[in-house]
Design a protein around this ligand. Structure first.
Ligand SMILES: C[S@@+](CC[C@H](N)C(=O)[O-])C[C@H]1O[C@@H](n2cnc3c(N)ncnc32)[C@H](O)[C@@H]1O
Length: 308
């Protein structure tokens, strides 16, 4: 996991109380840790890291209302919400499922970038790019077209694992990612003709109509709650016959939830309906898991859709 985010309060004493509280938290003395964090926030009321940690501890202690209040304070103290307090508010049903704060995603993956591939591929058995590759080959085979693409866009490209899987099938790869550090890693692969640090929806919006014949999103839509705006742009940017291939995590019901791992899980019915509303024709939808959590495959879908 990436290092824990710490935003100094600017008050040395409050920062020290926070450090002691973290020690106590890690030793399992949650009540004492909470007391120290209350002291830290008394000294520095705008101390986002202390409020966020207090929210976590109160949640662990089963103090729901107090945890919600602390997470709200964390977000008030850092309106960009780099800790992702809003995600905990969604998980605790204190707020409706909504978009992920971009600053949270950027901070998370900037911290993650140096260890990302080892953590994901070695520890979590990540296989999203190879699943997408097989699904795209099958979709092309079914319509008797070669799996060769002139221009591909890799949404949430990360360090470039999807471009690595598709390198021989694509002439010109554009990668888009919110995290500058992930983009640096992607640049080092030498596989991308263009790389953009941007939100993937904004990045797509800047692309011309019919400018790509393949759009990939490997383990990236798990950070997007509402697929509709993305799919609408995908349809505009794809050439006729062009493909969208993506993975999502899924769950037993029809809707979109924020799962335990703070990643969205999209119901299969929701995915099918969203593609249909966007005017994309489903070519493949396989129930396959792109990665493990606690050595157990996380339920997922591998989806390929075409612009007709
Ligand atoms: C789990 S990683 C997957 C990276 C890569 N696609 C792969 O298969 O290894 C998710 C990536 O999506 C990026 N991401 C998440 N939400 C994003 C958004 N709204 N716009 C752009 N990138 C986003 C993250 O920064 C991160 O690099």
């Amino acid at each position: 996991m990436p290092a824990r985010l710490f935003l100094s309060s600017g008050d040395l004493v409050a920062d020290r109380r926070f450090e002691f509280a973290r020690d106590l938290q890690l030793k399992g003395d949650l009540a004492a840790a909470a007391d120290l964090l209350v002291q830290a926030t008394d000294l520095a009321p705008g101390f986002a890291s202390a409020w966020f940690t207090l929210g976590e501890i109160r949640q662990q202690l089963g103090e729901h209302a107090a945890a919600v209040a602390a997470f709200r304070k964390a977000r008030d103290a850092d309106p960009d919400d780099r800790h992702g307090a809003g995600l905990w508010l969604m998980r605790m049903d204190a707020e409706q499922v909504s978009a992920m704060p971009p600053a949270y995603v950027r901070t998370l993956f900037d911290q993650y970038a140096p260890k990302f591939e080892a953590a994901l591929v070695d520890d979590l058995g990540y296989r999203g790019p190879s699943l997408l590759f097989k699904a795209v080959l099958a979709a092309r085979h079914a319509v008797r077209k070669p799996a060769f693409f002139k221009r591909a866009i890799d949404l949430g490209c990360g360090t470039g694992l999807a471009a690595t899987a598709f390198a021989r099938e694509v002439d010109h790869f554009t990668g888009i990612d919110l995290s500058p550090r992930m983009i640096e890693k992607a640049r080092a692969t030498g596989l991308y003709a263009e790389l953009e640090v941007a939100d993937m929806l904004e990045g797509l919006r800047s692309k011309p109509d019919a400018g790509a014949d393949l759009i990939l999103a490997a383990d990236a839509m798990v950070y997007v709650a509402d697929l509709a705006p993305m799919l609408k742009e995908v349809r505009r940017v794809l050439t006729a016959g062009g493909l969208l291939a993506f993975t999502v995590e899924t769950h037993g019901a029809d809707d979109v939830i924020l799962g335990e791992g703070l990643r969205y899980a999209h119901g299969e019915t929701y995915v099918r309906a969203s593609l249909q509303s966007a005017g994309l024709a489903l070519s493949q939808l396989e129930r396959q898991s792109a990665r493990n959590e606690d050595n157990t495959p996380v339920p997922g879908l591998v989806v390929v859709a075409a612009k007709s």
